[in-house]
Write a protein that binds this ligand. Structure first.
Ligand code: DCP
Ligand code: MG
Length: 363
């Protein structure tokens, strides 16, 4: 059953800063403006991965999560910059203050991204497009940075819209256009649909929203589980999720379903490394550290187990998370078992322990 029709026609804005870390660095160091820069990665591209790249660097094909080595191959003159999280946090706080001029219904997704519900805005502006324009202008005038905004009737469409005209974009998908918008949307652009699901959809002949809309809810649930229910609604322009201002992140996780089951420990370890890299980026992005590391394993018969380890003080370093995940995996005697999914999560957040002589100090 659908809820009150009002929930289907809200005024939702999704704001996402452009090339966030890189733009802050170019703002604060004028000599970096107009140049291809990468935030993250080691000096001269030794070790590490790209957290983000300036738009000048993106022209060379450099993007987030790419190794620094690859970035250097694509653009030998690229400049590597160490992240300054305090600076990014400060900007994040300032953009939130700008949002609060219009609404208290703000759901931050990370330092540089948030949903706003402006259905009943504080200033009685009435127009979500006008508010988005004003927010972008305030970010530009007061913080000397640019943001892109998506405006529509629900979170799903607003989020996709904000990415459509980056950088400095403002994209409005009108209520009467939402269904057509969803129908023509390629499945890989669906927010939250990973590569494995997108490939599965294509194998089923589902390439855009309109193909999904032809299936009934039961068929979608059969193929995609609980997510099928969501796809059924969202292609019809229905996303009832509220903007949740007090949603606290309780854990950060990443997992991967493999196109073919893994049976060798070296394959599993290689995948664990990739998954851990993603989790640790997310921790960095949210400036979090957690005490508990959980490993999830789904076998080819769909039996799922989890194993966890808790530290006395929160951790966030990739080397520690990976080492823990590896040990948890090894303790399940995985060699020869067919594994279809691996996942790693970090929870029980707190302030990261300070490192003293290689030891984690209690706080
Ligand atoms: N980030 C990271 N590792 C990733 C992705 C992102 O550390 N794999 C960090 C750096 C980004 C910030 O998070 O600046 C915001 O992430 P976005 O995905 O919004 O990317 P950008 O803001 O950099 O670029 P865009 O203009 O595409 O939004
Ligand atoms: Mg961004």
């Amino acid at each position: 059953m659908l809820k009150d029709p009002a929930i289907l026609q809200r005024k939702i804005i999704h704001i996402d800063m452009d090339a966030f870390y890189a733009s802050v660095e170019q703002r604060d160091n004028p000599e970096l403006r107009g140049k291809p820069i990468v935030v993250g990665g080691g000096p001269e591209g030794r070790g590490g991965v790209v957290a983000t790249a300036s738009y000048e660097a993106r022209k060379f094909g450099i993007h987030s999560a790419m190794t620094s080595k690859r970035a250097l191959e694509l653009c030998p003159e690229v400049i590597f910059i160490r992240p300054r999280f305090d600076a990014y946090k400060e900007v994040s706080g300032r953009i939130r203050e700008i949002f609060r001029r219009y609404t208290e219904l703000i759901e931050p997704l990370s330092l540089d991204e948030a949903y706003l519900d402006v259905t009943n805005d504080k200033c009685n502006t009435g127009s979500a497009i006008k508010i988005a324009r004003e927010i972008k202008a305030a970010i530009s005038d007061e913080l000397h940075l640019t943001a892109s905004a998506g405006v529509s009737i629900n979170k799903f469409v607003a989020k996709i819209a904000s990415g459509m005209n980056k950088p400095d974009g403002l994209t409005f998908i009108a209520p009467q256009d939402v269904i057509t918008f969803m129908e023509q949307l390629p499945v890989e652009k669906f927010f939250g649909v990973g590569k494995v699901t997108a490939d599965k959809m294509k194998k089923l002949g589902l390439f855009t929203g309109v193909d999904i809309a032809k299936l009934d809810e039961a068929a979608l649930v059969k193929h995609f589980g609980k997510a099928g229910r969501f796809y059924y609604r969202v292609v019809r322009g229905v996303d009832e999720r509220n903007v949740e201002p007090n949603r606290e992140t309780k854990s950060l996780a990443a997992e991967d379903t493999f196109p073919a089951d893994l049976t060798h420990i070296w394959e599993m370890e290689a995948e664990l490394e990739k998954i851990t890299t993603t989790v640790c980026h997310r921790l960095e992005k949210h400036q979090l550290a957690g005490r508990t590391i959980t490993l999830k394993i789904k076998y080819s018969d769909f039996r799922t187990i989890t194993r966890n380890h808790s530290f006395r003080s929160p951790v966030s370093e990739k080397s520690i998370v990976l080492e823990t995940a590896r040990k948890l995996l090894a303790a399940t005697s995985p060699e020869g078992k067919a594994i279809r999914l691996l996942g790693v999560s970090v929870s029980e957040f707190g302030m990261p322990g300070r490192k003293v002589a290689g030891q984690l100090e209690l706080f």
